[in-house]
Ligand binder design. Structure first.
Ligand SMILES: Cc1cc2nc3c(=O)[nH]c(=O)nc-3n(C[C@H](O)[C@H](O)[C@H](O)COP(=O)(O)OP(=O)(O)OC[C@H]3O[C@@H](n4cnc5c(N)ncnc54)[C@H](O)[C@@H]3O)c2cc1C
Length: 626
């Protein structure tokens, strides 16, 4: 049985190229992946949105590439996921990270494998990842992903995704924000009023414009990225997406990371690569391309005349920043504007997309008059502790790499490094002990690459939800531990519903039952009419769709953690907002109370839930090696 759902608004009307509205519902500042995702999610709901990007929409740098299952769920909702899967390899061979001395080369120790870990839902973790979500882990460098999201954003919000428009000021009064925009081509300045603004500017201007402080360590380590074309097919490693190189030659300078950028192969046959080295390791003049190519060739063990073509070079630094506030009046910070951390763990882009998913359903509900403005305060309550955790975890991941070089005995002294490498390959007890130490340090890096608890298990303890007093299942301090649960604040467990197999033989996921507008009440077929009556009695503005799942669906019965006549109330971002283990004596009263708490954005926690993670950030930063 399905409740009548208030129809979403009509499709968003296009804006003419030169048409500038005086006012819109939401202005988005910044056309990176987070801003564009917000534009799609809001436009799909018919929200009057305008995205302003200070530059063009030519995406120049590879940047992030790992898209975890929760992000792919959001991309699925946006209609982007299928394009990503279609453009990336279907085989599983890219799912590991490896450590080598060099990729190849004539030297005795060249091309020596130091270790590997399974990564991104591959290897022994494949089944656990598959069970956690209906969407698979994907890999697509931003160089190719951002144009794809842009295409979808332009289609969803025609005329409203604008390049060369820089937000130079944001003024606020009690009812709205006025966004001051400078046209980068004509220098014209104009103003657009908005009920709400999403600052998704990557942290460039919003903090200063809004007076929001980002706390945490800055500029801890400089990294240089080269996007190059080179033939690495001589590498003995057939199927790694990511390779780390450590060599005793050069006294600890010959270290770096490469990542296959495709576009047709994401392994040693990749046409393009991202080469990353710590800034201080660059040997020679960093502006001398020939010297740079030589250092890349040395790191990979390639011959002096091995062809390399440079596409771009960027310098960036490690930060561990979390905004003190995610909301400043009518403005919400999202993505890198609200949090910045190193890519160790691949969580930056992912958490930004998850910010967008968290914020946009709430904005749409408020703008549609279905919820009070207070619901929007839950955005900070929910997201800030998560991204503080992610920031701490990413810095801790960065700290797991240097112990591998230490276990190998590689340091400033090149000769000593070579002596230690002799031991590493020797058929001696000492060699065996060293290999065991190195293997242990390599295995510790699994937390960077296979972290289902972090990627799929993030959950909210406070916010637009009603806690039920049950403990978090499993070990929340273990980044790899993930247990699906319907505990409020957690992601709705995913199961393939055999009770709903379609004519073509495919079964939908429990995730596919969740409405995009309002809340979804999942219950069993035998209890659905009583829950529907309760909802009809309440008659609130926020639609609640009752979805009945066959009482005999074994997989669902095993996953739901409630009785036959209980219910799960699920938000559009698939977080469980409330659950009833069984039918209450007065279901409409109990549900009404729960809805009131959810729509008010929940109850504020006594202490700042981000604080333990901010402490971990400071601790990890204090030992981060250059
Ligand atoms: C080398 C590297 C590797 C990475 N790897 C990963 C990874 O594997 N996985 C992962 O999840 N993350 C990774 N990241 C992080 C990821 O790239 C960022 O988290 C992500 O791009 C953030 O997206 P965003 O939309 O918030 O910001 P951005 O992509 O920075 O976009 C912000 C946009 O706002 C625009 N803008 C700025 N100021 C204004 C203004 N005043 N007015 C209008 N527009 C403005 C900018 O021009 C820009 O286009 C990596 C980053 C780097 C550098």
């Amino acid at each position: 049985m399905t409740a009548s759902v208030k129809s979403p608004r009509a499709a968003l009307p296009p804006l003419g190229e030169d048409e500038w509205p005086e006012a819109v519902e939401v202005v988005i500042m910044g056309g990176g992946p987070v801003g564009m995702s917000c534009a799609i999610l809001l436009a799909q709901r018919g929200i009057d949105v305008l995205l302003l990007e200070r530059r063009d929409f030519l995406f120049r740098f590879p940047r992030a590439h790992l898209l975890n299952p929760r992000t792919m769920e959001a991309f699925h909702d946006m209609g982007v996921a299928e394009d990503i899967y279609a453009a990336t390899p279907t085989h599983d061979r890219w799912r590991k990270a490896v450590w080598y001395t060099t990729a190849t080369g004539p030297g005795r120790f060249d091309g020596l494998k130091i270790g590997e870990v399974p990564a991104w839902g591959g290897g022994p973790d494949a089944e656990r990842y598959r069970a956690s979500s209906p969407r698979a882990f994907a890999n697509m460098p931003q160089l190719r992903l951002d144009p794809l999201i842009h295409r979808h954003a332009v289609a969803a919000a025609p005329g409203r995704i604008r390049a060369k428009q820089e937000v130079v000021d944001i003024r606020q009064d009690a009812d709205s924000a006025t966004v001051v925009i400078r046209d980068a081509v004509t220098d014209d300045v104009r103003e657009v009023r908005a009920r709400y603004v999403i600052a998704a500017d990557g942290g460039r201007d919003s903090a200063a414009l809004l007076g929001v402080e980002l706390e945490g360590p800055r500029d801890m380590r400089e990294v240089v990225n080269y996007h190059v074309s080179l033939d690495l097919s001589a590498w003995s490693e057939p199927d790694a997406l990511l390779g780390h190189f450590l060599h005793p030659a050069g006294g600890a300078r010959r270290r770096g990371t490469i990542q296959a950028l495709g576009p047709t192969h994401y392994d040693r046959d990749s046409e393009e690569w991202l080469v990353s080295v710590a800034g201080w390791m660059v040997e020679g003049d960093p502006d001398d391309e020939a010297a740079l190519f030589d250092s890349i060739r040395r790191m990979l063990g390639l011959s002096e005349d091995h062809a390399i073509t440079m596409h771009s070079m960027t310098r960036w630094t490690y930060n561990g920043l979390v905004a003190k506030r995610f909301r400043a009046g009518h403005v919400f910070l999202a993505g890198d504007a609200a949090h910045k951390h190193p890519p160790t763990g691949g969580l930056g882009l992912n958490s930004g997309i998850q910010d967008a998913q968290n914020l946009c359903w709430k904005l749409a509900a408020v703008l549609d008059g279905q919820a009070p403005d207070a619901l929007l305060d839950s955005y900070q309550a929910e997201r800030r502790p998560i991204v503080a955790w992610y920031t701490a975890h990413s810095l801790e991941n960065a700290n797991r790499h240097p112990p591998i070089a230490a276990a190998l005995g590689f340091g400033e002294d090149e000769a000593e490094g070579f002596r230690n490498l002799e031991v590493f390959v020797s058929d001696t007890l000492e060699g065996e002990a060293m290999r065991a130490r190195v293997a242990t340090e390599v295995a510790h890096n699994a937390h960077d690459y296979s972290q289902l608890g972090v990627e799929a298990g993030f959950h909210y303890e406070a916010g637009a939800l009603v806690p039920d007093g049950t403990p978090v299942p499993g070990d929340p301090s273990d980044p790899t531990d993930f247990q699906a649960t319907s505990r409020p604040g957690h992601h709705l467990p995913h199961v393939w519903l055999q009770s709903r197999v379609a004519q073509d033989g495919t079964a939908p996921s429990s995730h596919d039952l969740v409405a995009r507008v309002g809340l979804t009440l999942l219950t069993s077929a035998s209890a659905a009419s009583r829950w529907q009556e309760a909802i009809d009695l309440i008659g609130g503005a926020l639609p609640v769709t009752v979805v009945a799942i066959d009482d005999a669906d074994e997989a669902w019965r095993a996953a739901r953690e409630i009785g036959d006549d209980g219910a799960l109330l699920v938000r559009p971002d698939r977080k469980v907002a409330w659950r009833a283990a069984e039918m209450p004596a007065d279901p409409s009263m109990v549900l009404d109370d729960a809805l009131a708490v959810i729509l008010r954005g929940g109850r504020a926690p006594a202490a700042d839930p981000a604080e333990p993670f901010l402490k971990r950030i400071r601790a990890a930063a204090s030992v981060l090696v250059q």
